[in-house]
Design a protein around this ligand. Structure first.
Ligand code: NAD
Length: 353
């Protein structure tokens, strides 16, 4: 049994589906079901006894302690977070609460659970904390990609809150001996991605005949990782990672944001041509840049590649095509996640993507 937090979100849901497609080991999924959590993503597991969903908050130490005591998981993967940079700019408080206070409370509950274990189980237990490359700050063109020892220089309330959570996880290892692993991944893309993030937003807006918003000059560089490759990396780290270590996970796909948008337009032109036969690229619209927008992220993933033998399976070309095909085939999922709280948030935004 493993415990996954934030398992109704984008990466967590992909992770659970991937895990249960390869193993019969059950998963407890603890998720508060914020606007980003969507059980529709796990509809294929309906009635599957291997998936136990619990609606709850990682900041609820008593709930976590009782879940741990009842289910006795051998490992925990912490995905639960507020994850959208734009939201952190408009309202940082939720980010402090979930990403910092929540991680702290989770660590407290896990420490109590781990300390009470028999020695044989104690040595097998591990907590994997999923973090981001954004904690390392921004690179200039030509700078070497982030390694695991790169200085922390978070620039948004989101990345600062993730950085704080990483430090707490590290401190619980060094101070109390809690067996932890931390990963820093680059931008994920793929199925089940909430349409406030660049790739799904462009697909959704293109199909709805809306502008395709690009921040500033669109020349920000991100390093893209297909979500299923991320899941395989996490399994590898959980299985063979050295306790207390940090692993960077990246797809080796540095792309300008504008390149991403144009690639999506080309794929949509091919797979779902506009009624007037013109290109979706006509819908591209440049909007005021996000404050403090990091210029470039790039991950050096050589540690996980050399130490754990992990490599991504998808190239950007194959991954992005699979992603567009998935969105075109799943309009119901999209309609479902774009209701209620999401519409309210979009209403409050000016032209920001
Ligand atoms: P997401 O926003 O899609 O999902 C987060 C999930 O956590 C949601 O289901 C939400 O309901 C749940 N959640 C929020 N607050 C909670 C709380 N207090 N208690 C329990 N559950 C709560 O995020 P994602 O894109 O799946 O990201 C997962 C993790 O990976 C995050 O920690 C994020 O920082 C990290 N990460 C994501 C990316 C990316 O490209 N998506 C890149 C780097 C790192």
């Amino acid at each position: 049994m493993i415990l996954v937090t934030g398992g109704a979100g984008f990466i967590g849901a992909n992770f659970i589906l991937d895990w249960l497609s390869k193993s019969d080991e059950p998963v407890i999924n603890l998720d508060t079901l914020s606007y980003a959590g969507n059980l529709e993503s796990l509809a294929s597991l309906h009635g599957d006894a291997r998936h136990i969903f619990i609606r709850g908050d990682i900041a609820d130490t008593a709930l976590i302690a009782s879940l741990l005591a009842e289910h006795q998981p051998r490992a925990i993967i912490n995905f639960a977070a507020e994850s959208h940079v734009d939201r952190s700019i408009h309202g940082p408080e939720d980010f402090i609460q979930t990403n910092i206070v929540g991680t702290f409370r989770l660590l407290e509950a896990v420490l109590g659970y781990w300390r009470a274990m028999a020695d044989a189980d104690k040595s097998k237990f591990r907590l994997l904390h999923v973090s981001t490359d954004e904690v390392y700050g921004s690179l200039d063109p030509g700078d070497a990609a982030f390694t695991e020892t790169h200085q922390y220089q978070p620039n948004s309330p989101y990345s600062a809150s993730k950085a704080a959570s990483d430090h707490l996880v590290r401190a619980y290892h060094h101070t109390y001996g809690l067996p932890v692993l931390t990963t820093h991944c680059s931008n994920n893309y793929g199925p089940l991605h909430f349409p406030e993030k660049l790739i799904p937003l462009v697909i959704v807006n293109a199909l709805a005949d809306k502008p395709l918003p690009v921040y500033g000059d669109g020349r920000q560089v991100r390093d893209w990782l297909y979500v299923k490759d991320h899941c395989s990396a996490l399994r590898r780290v959980l299985q063979n990672g050295r306790l207390g270590e940090v692993y960077n996970i990246g797809g080796g796909n540095e792309k300008l944001n504008i390149e991403i948008v144009k690639t999506l337009c080309r794929l949509l032109d091919e797979l779902r041509p506009r009624a007037d036969g013109k290109s979706y690229a006509l819908q591209i619209s440049y909007v005021t840049d996000r404050p403090g927008h990091d210029k470039r992220y790039a991950i050096n993933a050589s540690k996980i590649e050399h130490e754990l033998g992990w490599r991504p399976e998808e190239t950007f070309d194959t991954g992005i095509r699979k992603t567009v095909v998935w969105y075109l085939a799943n309009p119901d999922w999209l309609a479902n996640v774009q209701s209620g709280a999401y519409r309210e948030w979009r209403g409050k935004q000016s032209a920001a993507p």
